[in-house]
Each structure stands twice: as structure tokens, then as C-alpha cells.
Design a protein around this ligand. Structure first.
Ligand code: 4AD
Ligand code: MG
Length: 478
């Protein structure tokens, strides 16, 4: 058998007259002669040509979804749509696929809703092939960016006793000895509400542990799963999502904003340069989808154009107070797309306010800073005005909040006072407060929700479609 080659590699070059072995899954088989073969390396199928007199029993097994191995010569293709094809010399069916029962045997493009119901098979479609190769590339670009800048990748814990955000939206961890299940009188398993005698949760953020790292390495980042027990069924929220959290010693809020903007642009540029084919596929998918919308709801830009626009424009930077003024002075939109309420200073912005600022008013990404202390977390650096904190949220068109971050309060007394006001147990966080006791330094950081980034770059609209195994309320089968 000759060397096994990935289909992407064969299609990328014009080279012909060499033998290869390819393995993949049949997409279609037509005219008893042409197999469209896909191996997941690209959405483009490789055309395999078999002899017309191939054993009919073997031909019947070439159904959509069947796994096959083919060895043959790469030759110039006479057909339209591909430069090269493989003339099969040997063909073996590795795994049959019953065409009658296979859920992806549909003639029409299956809907995203239908594919969510068979999420265990959806990786095999072109849409999800493109999305998850893109997700992979973006994750790689995240590591590349921070590695080039000399940041240390710090693995922070998933099981923890602290509530980093102080928001109380956590999943509790319990221990259970299956060999000796403690049964209740009803015969139900009696879960112990603890982790070997301690109350613990799944982490909501690695930030507090990240700060410990920043106070030693200078610059660190985390990139791992985080968990929020918010029972919200929206297109932007997951119970389990991946977050990237850099934390930098000696950074102020401006340095933090500069890094976040540079970082987001870097990973988008990486995707444009390395995932062109998949992005073009997703762009064309979007064009089709837009056609079904009423004219006024259609997006003005195509996907690639939108990504290039973000790269070529500076993010707008304004304070929360300025944003409230803009919202108060703006007139409700005629077609009621932005039927926002005029907010009072001090309340949190609703997603319709964020959308108004980003999509209607500035028409580009916006960094909002200096929020009222009352609506932000305890660790944020307090401003001189006694009312606001050095917070920053980055808002993206079509997404809303993509980044949340701040400069941190480095003054021990101010931080403890704030924690006491908010009834946060100071004793339990004494390990965290040691950063302020021993060699405290100005520092800042942020968290970027990875799925929201993938949503933006892929042009998808539901967060369940950009994570391989979405965890949303009542959704945790596999
Ligand atoms: O704004 P958040 O809650 O900030 C933090 O957790 C800070 N500790 C980050 C830091 O400063 N190191 O979350 C950060 C980002 C949000 O902007 C959003 O993109 C994403 O995480 N996010 C979610 N993504 C999907 N589903 C959810 N339920 C999310 N909650 C937050
Ligand atoms: Mg936030």
C-alpha cells in the first residue's frame, strides 16, 4: 500500500501521476463510477473514479457515510470542479453505512435545529466541519499570540472553593462512593454535598488564581473550561464555556485595553490567513441565510468583509457614563429594532443597549470603561470619584459582551473594605489577599469568552453551534 495522504494535501497541489492511499467517508456515489470522498481535512471532496465493471456487490456498499480506503493514481481530472482525481486500483469498504437509517442521508441541506438534535453526527457536515476546524485554529492562535509575547500558560483549577466573581452562579461538587452508596430511607442515593468534607464548586473563572501567577511570572494566561449555573436559555450563554484569561503585572487599564484589542485582531487575522477556505464556505452559507430575512434585517457586510473591517478599525473607547448619555439622548428607532429603555446612571446595560451602541451608534466594536462599582466585581480598582471602578467590557456587533476585565485593586485596605461591604468572606480568600500583602503591584487582566469569539468569526448566531458538545439547561447527554 502506498503512503496515506490527507485529501486537503492532494487537492492543494496540481501534482499528478503518483500513487496515494486515501481513507475517508463516502459523501456521494453516482453513475456507478464517481465517489465523492471526504476525510475531514477540508470540505472539498476528492473524486475517486472506479471501473464501471467493479463488482456490483461492492458498488452497493458505497453508500453515503460508508468508510472506505482507496489506493490509486492521482491524475488530472477531466471533470469540472476539480483539478485532480484518483483512479482507484484497490478499494476496500472499512465500515458499511445503512443508507436507509443514516440520519445524514438527506437530499436537502439539513437545518441547524435538526443537526442540534443529532449533534453526535453533525461534525460530518460541511457547516460543522468548517466551524470546528476554525475553532481549532483560533485556539491555536490564542496560544501562539501569548507564547510570542512571553506569557506563561497557567493551568488553574476546575474544582475550587472560591467564587471568583462573587455572583453565586456555581455548580456544587459532590462526592459519591459507588461501591458503598449511602442509601436514604427511600432507597435514593444520598449525595454528600461536599468534596471530601469541604464545600466546593466548578470554577466560574480562573482569574483569582491567575493573579497569583501574575505576581510571580509577570504575564500569564489561562485557557480552560469555566462553568456558570445560570439557567438562561439564550443564544449567547452556555453552562460550560471556554475562557481565556490573561493577567498582567504592572499593567493599567489602558495597557489592558491595548492588549485585548491587539489580541482579538491577532486571532482574527490568523483565521483569515489560515482558514480562508472554511471562512469562504461559512460566508456563502451566511449569504444564503440572509436571503430568507426581510431586507431591513439583512447585514450590510459579508463575513470576510466584516472581519477585515474589525482588523482595520480602532475599537471605540468610551466610559459607561458617556454611554448612558448617548442612550439618553438617542431617539427610539422607527422600526422598533432597538426599542431600548432610556437608562438611569447606575443600572447595568441590557443587551439591547449594547447592541444600540455597537450596531447603530458607533457601528464598530466598543470598549466601555469605568462602570459603577455597584454593578461590578469586588476586585476591580476603585476610582477617585468613589463611585466607579476601572472596569472594561468589550462589546461586539451581533454578539454583545465578548470581553470583561479590569485593572485590579492592589491596595490591601481598600480591597478588604470593599469585600466587607459586599459580605465576601475575607478569611477564606486570605491566600488571594497575600498578593496585596506581599509585594503588591498594579495589575490588570481580562476574560474573553472563546465561544463568543468563534460565533463572531464564523458568523453563526447560536452559541450551541460553535462548541462541539454544548452544555445548556437539560442538555448533557454526551
Ligand atoms: O465578564 P465575565 O463574567 O468576567 C470574568 O469572569 C472575569 N473573571 C474575567 C477576568 O477579568 N479575568 O466573563 C468574561 C467573558 C464574558 O465577557 C463573555 O464573553 C464570557 O466570558 N461569558 C460567557 N460565555 C458563554 N456563556 C456564558 N454563560 C458566559 N458568561 C461569560
Ligand atoms: Mg461580564
Amino acid at each position: 500500500m502506498s503512503q496515506r495522504v490527507k485529501i486537503k494535501q492532494i487537492l492543494l497541489s496540481d501534482k499528478t501521476d503518483y500513487e496515494v492511499t486515501v481513507k475517508g467517508w463516502v459523501r456521494t456515489f453516482r453513475n456507478n463510477q464517481f465517489i465523492a470522498l471526504n476525510d475531514g481535512s477540508t470540505n472539498n471532496n476528492l473524486q475517486i473514479v472506479i471501473e464501471l465493471d467493479t463488482d456490483p456487490a461492492l458498488q452497493r456498499r458505497l453508500t453515503t457515510g460508508a468508510a472506505i480506503s482507496v489506493t490509486g493514481q492521482v491524475v488530472a481530472s477531466l471533470g469540472k470542479g476539480q483539478k485532480v482525481e484518483v483512479k482507484a486500483r484497490e478499494l476496500e469498504v472499512l465500515g458499511d453505512c445503512d443508507g436507509e437509517k443514516y440520519p445524514l442521508q438527506l437530499k436537502n441541506r439539513p437545518s441547524l435545529e435538526y443537526l442540534r438534535e443529532i449533534a453526535h453526527l453533525r461534525f460530518r457536515t460541511n457547516t460543522f466541519g468548517a466551524i470546528f476546524r476554525l475553532r481549532h485554529s483560533l485556539a491555536f492562535a490564542v496560544h501562539k499570540f501569548f507564547n510570542e509575547k512571553g506569557f506563561v500558560y497557567l493551568h488553574t483549577p476546575i474544582i475550587t472553593a472560591s467564587d471568583a466573581e462573587g455572583a453565586g452562579e456555581m455548580f456544587r461538587v459532590t462526592t459519591l462512593d459507588l461501591k458503598k452508596p449511602p442509601l436514604t430511607v427511600d432507597g435514593d442515593i444520598d449525595f454528600k454535598e461536599d468534596f471530601f468534607g469541604r464545600s466546593t464548586n466548578l470554577t466560574v473563572s480562573g482569574q483569582l488564581e491567575g493573579e497569583l501567577g501574575a505576581m510571580a511570572f509577570g504575564d500569564i494566561y489561562t485557557f480552560g473550561p469555566t462553568f456558570r449555573a445560570e439557567n438562561s436559555n439564550t443564544a449567547r450563554h452556555l453552562a460550560e464555556f471556554w475562557m481565556i484569561e490573561p493577567e498582567m503585572a504592572f499593567y493599567d487599564l489602558k495597557d489592558n485595553m491595548d492588549l485585548a484589542e491587539e489580541f482579538i485582531k491577532y486571532v482574527i487575522r490568523y483565521a483569515l490567513e489560515n482558514n480562508r477556505e472554511d471562512l469562504e464556505f461559512l460566508a456563502s452559507r451566511l449569504v444564503e441565510e440572509e436571503k430568507s430575512k426581510p431586507q431591513q434585517d439583512r447585514s450590510e457586510m459579508g463575513l470576510i468583509e466584516k472581519l477585515e473591517f474589525v482588523l482595520n478599525n480602532e475599537f471605540m473607547r468610551i466610559t459607561y457614563t458617556e454611554a448612558i448619555d448617548i442612550l439618553k439622548n438617542s431617539k427610539p428607532n422607527k422600526n422598533k429594532k432597538f426599542q431600548y429603555l432610556v437608562e438611569e446612571w447606575g443600572t447595568d446595560l441590557q443587551s439591547e443597549h449594547e447592541r444600540f451602541l455597537v450596531e447603530k451608534h458607533f457601528k464598530k466594536p466598543v470598549i466601555l470603561t469605568d462602570y459603577p462599582a455597584a454593578i461590578k466585581s469586588f476586585y476591580m480598582k476603585q476610582n477617585e470619584d468613589g463611585k466607579t471602578v476601572r472596569a472594561m467590557d468589550i462589546l461586539f456587533p451581533g454578539i454583545g459582551e465578548i470581553v470583561g476585565g479590569s485593572q485590579r485593586e492592589e491596595n490591601y485596605d481598600k480591597l478588604v473594605k470593599r469585600m466587607e461591604e459586599l459580605h465576601i468572606p475575607v478569611e477564606e480568600l486570605s491566600w488571594y489577599l497575600d498578593t496585596r500583602r506581599f509585594g503588591t503591584a498594579p495589575h490588570a487582566g481580562f476574560g474573553l469568552g472563546f465561544e463568543r469569539l468563534v460565533l463572531f468569526v464564523s458568523g453563526m448566531t447560536n452559541i450551541r453551534d460553535v462548541i462541539p458538545f454544548p452544555r445548556t439547561p437539560k442538555n448533557a447527554e454526551f
